[in-house]
Ligand binder design. Sequence first.
Ligand code: NAP
Length: 245
Amino acid sequence: MLKDKVALVTGASRGIGRSISLVLARQGARIVAVDLDPEGLEKVADEIREAGSDAVVVKGNVTVSEDAERMVEEAVKAFGRIDILINNAGITRDSLLVRMKDEDWDAVLNVNLKGAFLCTRSVTKVMSKQRSGTIINIASVVGQMGNIGQANYCASKAGVIGLTKSNARELARRNITVNAVAPGFIATDMTEAMPEKVRQELAAQIPLNRLGSADDVANAVLFLASDQAAYITGQVIGVNGGMYM
Ligand code: NAP
């Protein structure tokens, strides 16, 4: 499905980013895996090679524009092109609004929103020359519906949806599509950090009555990354078990 395509995935060393990397690799994509954690990256790269594809790893921070430039340079050096960008790196720093520290606001907006902007700006130069490419931003259901204790995170993810639509309009003339996947509550380290009681209460609000898996998200990303989705741009695909309709 993705034979000969090159995909750059941020936050690739664990959770949803790792699943996306493996699902795309199993369909033939060569992966440029970016993360802060070099050990995790090497493990994912080994798994990608075991799946029969090729990978290069780049230790980089999506909030640093030099790193965003460097990851694109490394990708082009290794594989000659970039067809798919997955802006997946993300963090949470939850607390109620009145207790939210300036640093927690800035950190979350920096990684989740500015990081997606920097990586997109950098990759777009390559995709524009190719006159083809697809960019998939990982948003969140709470960017669509809000959540108590997550003002910074919800604002960043709503921002990612605005960024998606703006970039989709701007880049369409270059034959670049831009979409977002908005996961609901997915079983990863991020949700593992929540108290069990909160996780159970959350599951009870989900019509399909379970947390999603990282592969549930990766499969939606795979569709958007494929040629089958060539006429889809500026859209937000919910992968949320019916939590938000
Ligand atoms: P995760 O398990 O915490 O993994 C996040 C990954 O991003 C980690 O590998 C982390 O690196 C990396 N990362 C963090 N800051 C970075 C930076 N500045 N530069 C480069 N890499 C960075 O999270 P996840 O649950 O897989 O979430 C992935 C994405 O899905 C995020 O955008 C998240 O907001 C979104 N999402 C998750 C859920 C959910 O329920 N889990 C729901 C909706 C949306 P380290 O390993 O070095 O920390």
